[in-house]
Design a protein around this ligand. Structure first.
Ligand code: ADP
Ligand code: G6P
Length: 737
């Protein structure tokens, strides 16, 4: 087992130089605090930015910096001041951060900062490649490094790469406004596994992949180039034990062991024992809704004046990204609001808001969590929000009320909290009133459930879960790789082909020999294909059959003059050597009048879809529809059809963006088996791309060489990735004979 390389912009510590000495300060933010616990447990190396720029690092300081980072199992990526301006303050925090949090009005699209983002992502990728051994696992984190997976994949094609996004992934409607949307998606798809906090973020990502890259997605697997990428949600947990144990320790401290902050808090608690402390902790970020929360607090004091002198709001705001103008404006706004509200409501004995603008040591954070009766967290949009989880973990006596915004990822798992819409001041004011008056028993019963859940799915289990899925994904990939028609396997197949006395070839058409076209009539064969089929058909001792779901008129037009053998409409008709089509199966078509109106109603309700009417089957095509919508409608149609055809001898075939209804006794498997039984063959080959071809793969004898085009689940023995490869293989049949 190799090591794990964690890679993120922030390291667990940030370095600062003062008077020639280096100080390591713990980084704030969910990513750094969460990953810190995972990192300290195992054999891992953490690569990231030290917090210092290249220009500040002299030659003699460099080894000291490396040493300081090595003490935290970390190694640095050297960034210049220009990198930080373009990549960090620019693209990461003026483009991606606001866009992904739905703050379109703050989003800037600057070409220069995009270039810097690309260049810095390359630096991170190079740093990984320099440190990585082939059996290592690479775990890339967050929105600053979305190009890294693909950049690493280019240099280390077989290494295992996971990516986790710690912020929301926005809906397609928002994401598509990004000029570099495709590049970002392709960058992420270099991973084997991509993780999100919630199912909604995962869903949004898959939708963008489908719509913008047109890739095939099956459940949560994406088929990309010659790999399969898995996407899943893993809600990040906290180091529960650390928070609950420290809180328990704090509860047993003697007076002289208390921190200054705790002493001050106790003093005020003792002065007015029935007053409630409300706590709000965040980085000073516009996504956290701090200004809105202050306005809502003012609204609450006006609506419920009885709480004047009875509540105190403690706001802890950690300085963050202060070079970005929006953060500077926010700082000013919050300062002014706190001043105004305190000025408006303060009495000689009471200041309604205590405001701290700084980072605090862990011990002080625990003091605040354990002392405050209510945690009030109202982000406008937040990937997860770990503070909410930390507050609950520290409530060792199970008292305390959590008021949490529905817009935080953590709200999905914390239903027992009081969930609010951060834009609804009326609801917020009433919820504060409810929280202040919540009976202790109710607090305890809500927190008991929350604590149990948080304790079980802690950050360690979160990381284990992610890494477990990544390993599994690697194994799944390997099982595909084993079946790929590699050069070696292909040579064996070619030898068997050459040595055979009588050969039988079944070739599907659409998606196998020719690509899809929005209009099926336009997907006719090109000259290269005609030449290839002519040569194959002319081979001695070789029976070639085109096997298709297409109607016989189209195939007559395209292939009859060529004299190829053809089986069409999934096995209803057969034509040999250019003769007229004959029926292979006796099939009924009286059911069509019943099914056609149903399909028509789906065409009416699904723009872009249409019906193809064949002699013995009806097909509903949805290739031209919006992919998500088309898929949804297809699922709906499937349910409707299955109930309608229950008593008929009909079956529904789910093809590639097409659903086809036809008699059950007709399929490509039955048809090809009939042909196979006619003569003695010692080489049988069948190739196809979709569900309808699976009948051939299932029915033909195990000795047959069956090949699937694409990576979906299949009964075929081998797979090939593309039409180009299919044509390549068939040309070698011709050349080697
Ligand atoms: P984000 O990642 O957006 O900053 P989270 O709530 O997920 O938001 O994570 C914030 C993390 O930073 C928490 O683990 C919290 O303990 C820590 N933190 C928040 N405020 C402070 C502070 N004033 N001092 C030190 N750490 C803090
Ligand atoms: C969020 C992001 C992290 C980031 C943290 C602090 O949690 O998801 O990637 O590290 O905020 O922000 P900063 O810009 O200081 O790294």
């Amino acid at each position: 087992m190799g090591k794990t390389i964690i890679i993120s912009n922030r390291l667990p510590v940030q370095l600062e130089i003062s008077n020639g000495t280096i100080n390591a300060i713990p980084s704030v933010g969910g990513l750094a605090t969460g990953m810190k616990s995972v990192h300290s447990d195992g054999d891992s190396l953490w690569i990231g930015w030290s917090g210092l720029v290249e220009e500040d690092i002299s030659e003699e300081l460099e080894p000291k910096i490396d040493q300081a980072l090595a003490e935290h199992g970390s190694s640095k990526v050297q960034l210049t001041k220009e990198d930080i301006d373009g990549f960090y303050y620019g693209f990461s925090n003026r483009t991606i951060w606001p866009l992904f949090h739905y703050f379109m009005e703050y989003t800037e699209f600057e070409w220069d900062s995009w270039e810097s983002y690309q260049a810095v992502n390359q630096k991170f990728a190079d740093a990984i490649v320099e440190k990585a051994d082939p059996d290592d696992t690479i775990w890339v984190h967050d929105y600053q490094l979305m190009l890294v997976p693909q950049l690493v994949r280019e240099q280390l094609p077989d290494i295992s790469i996971g990516f986790f996004l710690h912020i929301p992934f926005p809906s397609y409607e928002i994401f598509r406004t990004l000029p570099w949307r495709k590049e970002i998606l392709e960058g992420l798809l270099g991973s084997d596994l991509i993780g999100f906090h919630t199912y909604d973020y995962e869903r949004h990502f898959l939708s963008s992949v489908r719509r913008l890259l047109g890739l095939e997605v099956s459940f949560n697997d994406i088929y990309y180039e010659d790999r399969m990428v898995e996407v899943d949600s893993f809600p990040m947990g906290i180091d529960y034990k650390k928070f609950s144990e420290t809180a328990a320790k704090h509860a047993n401290r003697k007076e002289e062991e208390l921190s200054e902050l705790q002493k001050r808090l106790n003093l005020h608690k003792n002065l007015s024992p029935d007053a409630k402390f409300l706590l709000s902790i965040d980085r000073l970020d516009y996504t956290k809704g701090i200004a809105k929360r202050l306005n809502a607090f003012e609204y609450f004091l006006n609506k419920y004046p009885q709480y004047k002198e009875k509540v105190r709001l403690i706001i802890l705001a950690v300085p963050s990204r202060s070079n970005v103008p929006q953060y500077q404006l926010l700082k000013r706004e919050v300062d002014e609001l706190v001043g105004r509200i305190n000025g408006e409501f303060a009495t000689v004995n009471w200041t309604p808001i205590w405001y701290f603008y700084r980072s605090m040591p862990f011990e002080n954070l625990i003091d605040l969590y354990t002392t405050c009766d209510i945690a009030w967290l109202t982000p406008i949009r937040d990937g997860m929000n770990l503070v909410a989880k930390e507050y609950i973990a520290t409530r060792t006596d199970r008292s305390g009320v959590l008021i949490l915004s529905e817009m935080a990822g953590s709200a999905n798992e914390m239903n027992e909290a009081l969930l609010i819409n951060p834009n609804n001041f009326e609801e917020i004011a009433d919820t504060l009133d409810r929280a202040i008056n919540m009976p202790l028993e109710e607090q305890k019963s809500r927190n008991a459930v929350l604590q149990k859940r948080l304790e079980r799915y802690n950050v360690e289990n979160w990381a284990k879960d992610f890494m477990g899925s990544l390993t599994e994904q690697g194994q799944k990939e390997k099982s595909y790789v084993a079946r790929r028609l590699s050069v070696d396997l292909m040579n064996i197949v070619l030898n068997d082909f050459q040595d055979a006395e009588r050969r039988l070839l079944f070739l599907d058409y659409d998606g196998t020999l020719a690509g899809f076209h929005n209009d099926p009539q336009k997907a006719g064969p090109d000259d290269e294909l005609y030449d290839l089929l002519d040569s194959l058909n002319a081979l001695p001792n070789t029976d070639l059959y085109l096997v298709s779901g297409r109607d016989k008129e189209t195939f007559s037009k395209w292939f009859q003059p060529k004299g190829y053998n053809m089986i069409v409409e999934h096995g209803v008709w057969i034509s040999r050597d250019g003769e007229d089509f004959k029926m292979l199966e006796n099939v009924k078509k009286d059911w069509m009048s019943k099914i056609r109106p149903v399909l028509e109603s789906f065409v009416d309700r699904t723009p872009g879809s249409f019906i193809e009417e064949k002699n013995y089957s009806l097909a509903w095509h949805y290739r031209k529809t919006d992919p998500d919508f088309g898929q949804k409608r297809a699922a709906e149609l499937n349910t409707v059809l299955r109930s309608l055809i229950a008593n008929d001898d009909l079956s529904v075939l789910n093809g590639n963006k097409v659903m086809e209804i036809k008699s059950s006794n007709v399929n490509k498997g039955r048809a090809t088996m009939r042909v196979f039984a006619e003569k003695e063959y010692d080489f049988v080959f069948a190739i196809g791309d979709d569900w309808t071809d699976e009948f051939m793969f299932q029915e033909l004898p195990p000795s047959a060489v069956t090949v699937k085009v694409g990576r979906q689940k299949t009964q075929a023995r081998y797979f090939l990735d593309s039409i180009k490869n299919v044509r390549g293989l068939l040309s070698r049949f011709v050349m080697n004979t």
